[in-house]
Design a protein around this ligand. Structure first.
Ligand SMILES: CCCCCCCC/C=C\CCCCCCCC(=O)N[C@@H](COP(=O)(O)O)[C@H](O)/C=C/CCCCCCCCCCCCC
Length: 216
């Protein structure tokens, strides 16, 4: 059951709780909760329809790579992002200039989700401050263009842009979050954002310190 992502209904509160468990007292990021947070987000995306399945397939693939590393024989090195980076770099397990011997290293895989977390942060901030008639497709593509798009080739950017047009409107979006009234959703987004920003910024610092932000 731990390796599947589609059976439970999405709840924003649950995802928020999971991301808040990511940070240790000394600000290390637990991969177990990071991966679990992403599983929750994928459940949300899956509930929006099959037009998003090329996106969720890629996210699931990356989630499973990290889950397998965490549950594998070297799992103790994959407890936090900090310990993973140290272990993989010290052991020469990261392709630094081109995808070669370690095409599925934890560092390069998590970097893809990390970039997507920035998209999420930007998108949720737009949602939080949006008005009733704001378009989710516009908010989503603005957030995408400011983040992930810079790392995607032409075909993925076009396919993503087309998929965004199929996003449901703001009221349906808020409903699927399973929080309550729109005011309650906005309040919960206000709680969620600092947590997501913290996780993002700490990860960004680790990757910056080790010059890993451009891993192939
Ligand atoms: C709180 C509730 C509201 C928001 C809920 C959002 C739910 C989002 C769930 C998942 C987001 C998708 C994460 C996508 C990860 C993409 C990682 C990536 O960049 N992969 C590319 C590079 O990988 P490698 O080739 O180097 O291994 C890969 O090429 C991408 C393939 C698929 C396309 C990715 C498009 C990303 C669009 C992100 C916006 C998602 C919009 C969903 C709207 C709900």
């Amino acid at each position: 059951m731990a390796n599947t992502v589609e059976e439970k209904k999405f709840s924003l509160k649950e995802v928020l709780d999971t991301f808040s468990l990511c940070l240790s007292e000394n600000k290390e990021v637990y991969i177990e909760h990071y991966v679990e947070g992403w599983r929750g987000l994928v459940r949300f995306m899956n509930s929006l329809g099959s037009v998003f399945s090329f996106i969720s397939k890629d996210a699931v693939n990356k989630i499973e790579i990290l889950a397998n590393l965490l549950n594998g024989e070297n799992g103790t090195h994959y407890i936090t992002i900090q310990s993973m980076v140290k272990y993989e770099l010290d052991s020469g397990l990261v392709d630094l200039t081109q995808r070669d011997k370690h095409p599925e290293s934890g560092c390069r895989t998590l970097l893809r989700l990390h970039r997507a977390l920035r998209w999420l942060e930007l998108f949720l901030e737009r949602l939080r401050t949006s008005s009733e008639d704001s378009k989710t497709s516009v908010m989503c593509s603005e957030a995408y263009n400011e983040s992930l798009a810079q790392h995607h080739g032409w075909i993925i950017r076009k396919a993503s842009g087309m998929a965004f047009c199929y996003l449901p409107g703001r009221p349906t979006f808020f409903e699927v979050m399973n929080v309550g009234t729109p005011e309650e959703v906005v309040a919960m987004l206000g709680e969620a954002l600092p947590i997501i920003s913290d996780v993002y910024n700490i990860t960004e610092n680790v990757y910056t310190q080790h010059e890993l932000l451009q891993l192939p």
